[in-house]
Design a protein around this ligand. Sequence first.
Ligand code: 5GP
Ligand code: ZN
Length: 113
Amino acid sequence: MSDCLFCKIIAGDIPSTKLYEDDAVYAFRDINPQAPTHILVIPKAHISGCNDVTAENSALVARIFQVIPAIARAEGLTGGYRVVSNCGDDAGQTVHHLHFHILGGRKLALEMA
Ligand code: 5GP
Ligand code: ZN
């Protein structure tokens, strides 16, 4: 998608701090970190958000969840971390390309909202 920020990051048209890349998955540091470690993990294929995960593309989500523990280990998040995906306006989704936030490096509040 030509007008998608994260598609532009994947293409290298917008710079990012890359932490991991394979043929299907890309991970980079969030530009506005909410915790000492704040990483975004995204599929290279444009999927708009959780509502657009289907039987045809859900293997990409499984791939992402295989990659997440490896990134967390590499970042030294031995005490734990949180994985978040905001879906839609009420959740505050601002970029409509499916992404999973990895947050860690401090004790995170227990509230889910
Ligand atoms: P959302 O609010 O949609 O769940 O998360 C979007 C995230 O993308 C936010 O945490 C925001 O800081 C991050 N973000 C927005 N623009 C950029 C950018 O240009 N580069 C990087 N690395 N992160 C971005
Ligand atoms: Zn996209």
